[in-house]
Design a protein around this ligand. Structure first.
Ligand SMILES: Cc1ncc(COP(=O)(O)O)c(C=O)c1O
Length: 409
């Protein structure tokens, strides 16, 4: 997800505006900052670009999720249903507000399986948190229906899918709140940063206060601000916001290139009969940061990964099933509830029970999945060569695999 690949004079100019004032903080110093308000400008640009009423920048996507959860009133005793495939930040944020992450299976969209969500609902469920993984999106209609039926909050972790849309609306703007990450490897980057998107003025006002120690931001004197409730420091800096401002102006171009390169590579991979592709609930809305594809069995997938490694063509291709950070199988610290500080006994019990479950349906999908990241810098010739090399590695393995072992799981 490579916003950083097209970095240049535009980002330097925005950062320089801030450096020239010397005011690196987003609040206060009204005189010395001489009208430079990069964080405010970026929030306005986010609202206009993605079609949301409110945007609250934060220091990261993780702190955006925490801020959103706190502002939506999620806390101790609440359960948040989330997928088995995501980045660790999703459950970290749930734990940070004292709620219990309830992990459930994904389907071939690589996002929450709505049926698995239904089965996981208890009297403690407060929120459903789909994670729009790898540039695409969850089945938001199905999840919204479940939320409506059970009076639950829908919080979209859209950190990996900036620019993706679902039925004409940007992901992250459809639920009660949504989040993006602007870390270094996201579609657009601030270096580090994040944002909460919401159409609810009351949720926004809480986000605004929570991410700045609870400041009510009612006057010009920070020392005289009231603190209606506890908050933390999850503020973004003006330097980071300045980078994001230059990047958001390039988003349209990034998405166009991603879509073009994605289509060219997919056309080559689609020639292999053994490959199938992830389900995309709204194909027109895919932001195309990755192509995620499946092979018939785990054994074939592992052999293809090994062959790609041997041929030195694995870079940019991800086998999440073995990755320590993205899939439940390798989250030993979560399964053992290994934390530097004590958890409330009820949380610890709930956590251990909910993450040490059987995830066979997710395993059957993730063990056969490879995601290929799309670069903004590829030439047509490079895409052709890359595609042909991947196809030839797959064909070599498939040809060497006895027919009886080619059966889909
Ligand atoms: C799905 C998902 N959620 C949350 C985050 C957290 O974002 P950040 O790295 O900005 O804290 C990430 C980052 O990779 C992510 O992929």
């Amino acid at each position: 997800m490579p916003g950083f690949e097209l970095w240049g004079a535009e980002e330097r100019k925005e950062v320089n505006d801030v450096l020239e004032t010397g005011i690196l903080m987003r609040y206060g110093f009204d005189g010395p900052r001489r009208g430079v308000w990069k964080s405010k400008e970026l929030e306005k640009a986010i609202c206009e670009t993605f079609g949301t009423k409110h945007a609250q920048l934060t220091s990261s996507g993780t702190s955006a999720l925490t801020t959103a959860m706190a502002s939506l009133g999620i806390g101790a005793g609440d359960e948040v249903i989330m997928p088995s495939f995501t980045f660790v930040a999703s459950f970290e944020a749930v734990l940070s507000v004292g709620a219990t992450p309830v992990l459930v299976d994904i389907d071939e969209s690589l996002t929450l399986d709505p049926e698995a969500v239904r089965t996981a609902i208890t009297h403690k469920t407060k929120c459903i948190m789909p994670v729009h993984m790898c540039g695409s999106m969850a089945d938001l209609d199905a999840l919204q229906t479940i939320c409506n039926e059970h009076d639950l909050i829908l919080l979209e972790d859209a950190c990996q899918s900036i620019g993706a849309t679902y039925k004409g609306k940007h992901v992250g703007t459809i639920g009660d709140a949504g989040t993006f990450s602007f870390d270094f490897v996201k579609t657009i980057t601030c270096g580090e940063g994040g944002v909460v998107l919401t159409n609810d003025a009351s949720v926004y006002s809480k986000c605004d206060q929570y991410q700045d120690h609870g400041h009510d931001h009612m006057g010009a004197d920070r020392g005289a601000d009231l603190h209606p409730y506890l908050g933390y420091n999850y503020r973004i800096s003006e330097l980071h916001a300045a980078v994001g401002l230059a990047q958001i102006r390039k988003l349209k171009k990034f998405l166009e290139i991603q879509k073009k390169n994605h289509e060219a590579l997919k056309n080559i991979l689609a020639q292999v009969p053994e490959i199938s592709f992830r389900t995309i609930p709204d194909p027109a809305g895919d932001s195309c940061t990755f192509i995620s594809w499946f092979l018939p069995t785990e054994e074939i997938t592992r052999s293809v990964i090994n062959e790609m490694k041997t041929q030195n063509i694995l870079a940019g291709n991800f086998y999440w099933y073995d990755n320590n950070w993205h899939y439940i199988r390798k989250w030993d610290h979560l399964k053992a509830s290994t934390s530097l500080h004590a958890f409330a006994p009820e949380l610890k019990r709930g956590l251990i029970e909910n993450v040490n479950k059987d995830f066979t349906p997710s395993d059957a999908i993730m063990s056969r999945c490879i995601s290929t990241s799309i670069s903004l810098l590829w030439t047509e010739q490079q895409i052709q060569e890359k595609g042909e090399k991947i196809v030839s590695a797959i064909k070599k393995i498939v040809t060497a695999t006895p027919q009886s072992l080619k059966v889909k799981v």
